[in-house]
Design a protein around this ligand. Structure first.
Ligand code: SF4
Length: 307
């Protein structure tokens, strides 16, 4: 294999048998589903469906080397991205609505998902980048366990909207090398109105602290590839700069001023946001510049402005 990558954390857990215990524990959470803060209590092992729209099997929309992610993830050979269908958030501005709620893609067994992971490794990708993994963590762990037996060794990137259960994030301790949460808002009003999750601010604060406790600040190797740590995204949204200010102050004050933060400027009105002011327009150049200035004023100095 051509791509360079670090030795992933989970191999020791697999060798000790601890990994398979985590697979079992997470699978048992599907019986009365409490995988995320929605706690739908449906029996997904029997195929029942909760708010995320996904039952026993994960649905994969696509799996391929991706060169549009943050530079430390892409490196020279790309980030091995698996887009998982379904989502536990209800963002009215969702930029991937076909995947998140249209459930486009196909159901995969653990063996099929493991084959996709191995294919991304063979393609030379630097990491396994799981997009929207929250509602299918047990299915992912089953697949990683299977793939690892066949030589899978890529570090795992947990690319999440951040509405995660603390119990599940605890189960991922020592398994995920790079956490990449997208922090959307810190006001309950915006979280309730735009993502259908008024408790999102409380959840994301706790989740970010735990992620950082597990992996620390982002470490990048000499060749510029992310090895381990926390990489935070924040999509700047029209009319929500107060939330941006609260977010950067929270990250700088409660997480770390060395946090790698991607201040994203590509918001465009999609899905229901097209008819929902103030989300019915792109952000202005001035709003994005203010967001960057807020981050710098808060003391954050590892800003990614590429996307
Ligand atoms: S993962 Fe899905 S079914 Fe389970 S609690 Fe969350 S939204 Fe409900």
């Amino acid at each position: 294999m051509e791509g360079e990558h670090t030795y992933p954390s989970y191999i020791g857990l697999i060798e000790s048998g601890e990994f398979d215990k985590r697979v079992s524990t997470s699978l048992s959470m599907l019986e009365s589903c409490c995988l995320c803060p929605r706690e739908c209590s449906v029996n997904r092992l029997q195929g029942e469906i909760g708010a995320c729209g996904v039952g026993r099997l994960a649905i994969v929309a696509s799996a391929h080397p991706h060169f549009g992610e943050e530079r430390p993830l892409v490196g020279r050979h790309g980030s091995g991205t698996v887009f998982l269908s379904g989502c536990n958030l209800k963002c009215i501005f969702c930029q991937n609505h076909d995947i998140s709620h249209g459930l486009s893609g196909k159901e995969v067994t653990a063996g099929q998902l493991a084959s996709m992971m191995l294919g991304l490794q063979t393609a030379g990708c630097h990491n396994l980048n799981l997009v929207s993994p929250t509602h299918v963590v047990p299915q992912i762990l089953e697949a990683v366990s299977e793939a690892a037996r066949d030589g899978f060794r890529l570090p795992i990137v947990y690319n999440t909207g951040g509405y995660d259960s603390m119990e599940v994030i605890g189960l991922l301790d020592g398994i995920v090398d790079i956490y990449m949460p997208d922090i959307k808002y810190l006001s309950r009003r915006a979280a309730g109105a735009y993502s259908g999750a008024e408790d999102y601010p409380d959840v994301i604060r706790a989740v970010l602290r735990e992620m950082h406790r597990q992996v620390g600040d982002l470490e990048v190797s000499a060749d510029g590839v992310a090895a381990r740590g926390l990489l935070v995204r924040h999509l700047v949204m029209p009319g929500l700069l107060d939330d941006t200010r609260r977010i950067v102050e929270f990250i700088a004050g409660d997480i770390s001023k060395n946090t790698y933060l991607n201040v994203m400027r590509q918001y465009h009105p999609a899905h229901e946001a097209r008819t929902h002011p103030p989300l019915d327009r792109p952000i202005t150049a001035g709003e994005w510049a203010q967001a960057v200035e807020m981050a710098e004023d808060a003391g954050l100095h590892r800003l990614d402005r590429a996307l």
